[in-house]
Write a protein that binds this ligand. Structure first.
Ligand code: KG4
Ligand code: ZN
Length: 335
């Protein structure tokens, strides 16, 4: 792929991510996170998120350019997330990127956020190639994607209710562990017994789909009953058991897709892939199946500007031309 210098902007949810990519080198990648602003509400508040992006976008773009040692004149293109995501948040990064590109008279390209996640492993491992099965699991999305080639994807399955990260967040809130819930459950699970409570693994009859609402009900019922009986189990055992139930289905369904497609590579991305138990389980299963595993470092699993620039580089090389009339699409679908 080309040595173009691309500025990537990601503002689909609650992180303002900006990066400069040249060829496959990430020259800089900066992030303004809003976690503290949303934590007192126990989840992302769209209006708060959009306003925070407005404040962060200019300083973040400046910081990314300065850290990369690059002047905006040197950019070959500007890319920003087009969707899916929160409309107000998307509009901030997308409009800023478009205006910047217009001012520089350089191409502007809108990128599917999920395609960004598909490209993230490439930033650490230039040998990463399709065909692959990719598990994407975050606060807003949970999907299993069959990536036949760059730009050629089918979504094999996804969640029919909550995303995996959303399940972690809601369950952690119920357990009084705070927000964001994924990291809280991950740390609370340390030393806990994952087999203490056997929570349900849903949708056994649908090989590539997830459902987490039944798990939520089951945890709530279990804890309420235990409390009424004056027999609350240790919190680390509950956290470890909840985590095990979510990890189990994510891994099982991903490897159902691997078996179905016969791909030699399995990859993953999204914030939930920061989970240590999930990363370990993916590694074990990939080892057993004898296939290559590409799960990037947690900072590249969570939302960032570099993955948007990486997907843009592919799109530009492939001759994809954006028009100045493209707009954000909060409901954008990968396939
Ligand atoms: O990809 P991401 O940063 O943002 C989007 O939602 O797009 O993912 C955030 C989600 C949150 O739901 C958070 O609880 C979850 O990823 N998460 C984790 C961990 N770290 C973040 N879930 C489980 N274990 C973790 N260590
Ligand atoms: Zn994401």
């Amino acid at each position: 792929m080309s040595e173009r210098m691309i500025l990537g902007i990601e503002t689909s949810c609650d992180e303002t991510g900006v990066a400069v990519l040249q060829g496959d080198q990430v020259l800089s990648s900066v992030l303004a996170t809003q976690t503290d602003m949303h934590s007192r509400f126990g989840g992302v508040v769209p209006e708060v998120a959009a306003r925070a992006h407005i404040e962060a976008i200019r300083p973040m773009v400046h910081m990314a350019l300065r850290k990369a040692g690059v002047h905006s004149d040197q950019l070959d293109a500007v890319a920003a997330t087009r969707g899916p995501g929160l409309v107000g948040s998307l509009m901030v990064g997308f409009s800023f990127g478009k205006a910047l590109a217009w001012g520089l008279q350089k191409p502007f390209i809108g990128i599917d956020h999920m395609e960004g996640h598909l490209f993230a492993p490439l930033l650490e491992n230039p040998d990463y190639r399709p065909p692959a099965v990719v598990l994407l699991a975050s606060g807003g999305h949970s999907q299993i994607v069959h990536m036949r080639d760059w730009g050629d994807y089918s979504v094999l399955g996804g969640t029919i209710d909550d995303a995996a990260g959303e399940a972690f967040d809601k369950l952690a809130r119920f357990m009084g562990l705070g927000y964001p819930g994924g990291p809280a459950i991950d740390t609370t699970s340390d030393g806990g017994d994952p087999a203490a409570v056997r929570f349900p693994r849903a949708l056994a009859d649908r090989p590539f789909d997830f459902s987490f609402s039944g798990l939520k009900t089951s945890v709530v019922n279990h804890l309420q009953k235990a409390k009424a009986a004056g027999d609350l189990p240790p919190i680390e055992d509950v956290a470890a058991s909840v985590q095990e139930a979510i990890v189990d289905v994510l891994v099982a369904k991903t490897f159902n897709a691997v078996a179905e497609t016969g791909v030699p590579v399995v990859a993953a991305g999204g914030g939930v892939l920061a989970n240590r138990r999930l990363r370990a389980a993916m590694e074990t299963r990939a080892g057993e199946a004898g296939i290559e595993l590409c799960v990037p470092a947690p900072a590249l699993c969570t939302d960032n500007g570099a993955m948007i620039a990486a997907a843009a580089r592919f799109r530009l090389d492939a001759g994809y031309e954006a028009t100045w009339f493209d707009d954000v699409d909060p409901g954008l679908r990968l396939d």
